[in-house]
Write a protein that binds this ligand. Structure first.
Ligand code: BES
Ligand code: MN
Ligand code: MN
Length: 462
């Protein structure tokens, strides 16, 4: 029987080239201008799943972008792994900050990736990581080493909130029945520090609008005498954190899970260099909630951040004007037990209540999702841990991530199964940013590790 290493050796160039072809298609789900490309990507995923050995693959239409579903059922008595991933990507803007065009993938060496990294939008999030699963499947089927049943569900709307996937999951419970869900759409601590993600944060995303006078005004004639919506919105936003950087919305922390000293001590064991962290971001100090470390602030603590703010004159030169309106987009990252809809409501009530006389405030909720946390004593976790141990020579560290994949908590609710998050990306891979990339080493390591998960999961389950 052929071993994974020799299979990879033989097919590595093709594995890279296939991913590069996939990355050339701008499957941006957020922008309607890319619609055709998103649909085309779904078809390519379908073909790749068929080639990888799925017996049955369908492109399931939704009200938005399709969900590609594929399966290979070898024996209904055996366990079933459901692989989830997404083929849509974030917009590439701002384009001028890319060193090479986002949809013309190139392999370049970096300090962290001396073997080279593929630079393209979606390289890591999530085309590259999703495609590792397709290639791991190809290896297992073509060498007769698939130990259990497999289902693939690859969607095209993750970056815009997975609204249609939620409906699909709710109405296709039988089809999606599984023993464990496997996802590679997160990261790991470092190339020599394998980790398994055990938590994701929830999300509440809102847009706020502050309206003052019924038209833009001359800032000399009216300045000082009417409320300036930009002055007001910035003041309101500033008041959302207190002097300890805690969020001031009443009730916001009510359901936040406080970790025990022991759990926090466990977390603190993960290797982390504050100096390197600051250096990588070119900052002279970190910032955040009093009483928590950097790793705690970005994983077990909830946050509130302005993602965008606009209004008034931002063109060349100076225009003296008081804008009629000001806007901001605000996200709140939530932790397990905080309910995103409840938090959205608390935000709305609070934000409206702090508006001074002279302006009107409108809060529009966008998408959201619940957080997730998974135990480290499940069969799935143990199988993943053994798989990493084999390929990295070290036991992986459990790590809670600050990012969100809202569909994961819905999987648990609707399909009653736990998700194992085997991420192979690095924080420095610049997902959602210009010059996103994915290490060739990481891509290959993923392909190498995934089949072992299947093997150990099947063994432990039996
Ligand atoms: N893959 C990311 C989430 C992620 C990245 C989790 C790294 C953990 C580590 C996913 O594609 C994503 O970007 N999610 C969005 C939320 C979504 C509703 C738009 C996020 O976290 O902002
Ligand atoms: Mn992703
Ligand atoms: Mn993303």
């Amino acid at each position: 029987m052929q071993h994974i290493q020799s299979y990879i050796e033989e097919h590595k160039d093709r594995f890279l080239n296939e991913l590069i072809e996939l990355l050339k298609i701008p499957s941006v789900s957020a922008d309607p201008a890319f619609k055709e490309h998103v649909f085309k990507t779904a078809d390519i995923i379908k073909q790749s799943l068929l080639k990888a050995g799925c017996d049955h693959v369908e492109v399931c239409e939704t009200e938005g972008f399709p969900i590609v579903y594929g399966e290979k059922i070898i024996d209904t008595e055996l366990p079933t792994v459901l692989v989830y991933g997404h083929y849509d990507v974030q917009p590439a803007d701002p384009l001028e900050l890319w060193h090479s065009p986002p949809y013309e993938p190139v392999i370049k060496k970096t300090d962290i990736h001396p073997e080279g990294a593929i630079f393209a939008r979606g390289a890591c999030d999530d085309k590259g990581q999703m495609y590792m699963h397709v290639k791991a499947m190809e290896f297992m089927t073509s060498t007769n080493q698939l130990p259990c049943n497999v289902k693939f569900m690859i969607e095209g709307e993750e970056e815009v909130g997975s609204v249609n996937l939620s409906k699909f999951v709710k109405t296709n419970q039988e089809k999606l029945k599984n023993d464990v869900i496997l996802i590679s759409d997160t990261g790991m601590i470092a190339k020599d520090v394998p980790s398994i993600t055990t938590g994701l944060r929830g999300l509440s995303y809102v847009e706020v609008e502050v309206t003052g006078p019924n038209r833009d005004l001359h800032s000399g004639l009216y300045g000082g005498a009417v409320a300036n919506p930009i002055n007001i919105i910035t003041k309101m936003i500033a008041s959302l954190h207190d002097e300890n950087n805690r969020i001031t919305i009443s009730g916001f922390y009510d359901k936040v899970e406080e970790l025990s000293k022991k759990e926090r001590a466990e977390m603190a064991k993960a290797p982390f260099s504050l100096e390197n962290y600051k250096k990588a971001l070119d900052i002279d100090a970190v910032y955040g909630e009093e009483g928590y470390t950097t790793n705690e602030r970005n994983s077990i603590r909830p946050t509130l951040d302005v993602n965008g703010i606009w209004g008034g004159y931002t063109g060349e030169g100076a225009k003296t004007v008081i804008a009629s309106q000001a806007f901001a987009k605000i996200s709140m990252r939530l932790v397990p037990h905080q309910d995103w809809e409840e938090i959205t409501q608390l935000f709305k009530t609070h934000f409206e209540s702090i508006a001074p006389k002279g302006v009107r405030v409108k809060v529009t909720p966008h998408h959201g999702g619940q957080g997730y946390v998974t135990p480290i004593d499940s069969i799935g976790y143990k199988a993943a841990s053994k798989a990493y141990h084999d390929t990295f020579g070290k036991t992986p560290i459990p790590q809670r991530s600050g990012g969100s994949i809202p569909i994961v908590s819905l999987f648990e609710q609707e399909l009653k199964s736990k998700t194992i998050l085997m991420g192979f990306g690095l924080n420095s891979d610049a997902i959602h940013s210009p010059n996103e990339h994915f290490g060739v080493w990481n891509y290959i390591k993923g392909i190498e590790t995934i089949p072992l998960f299947y093997k150990y999961f099947t063994e432990l389950k039996h």
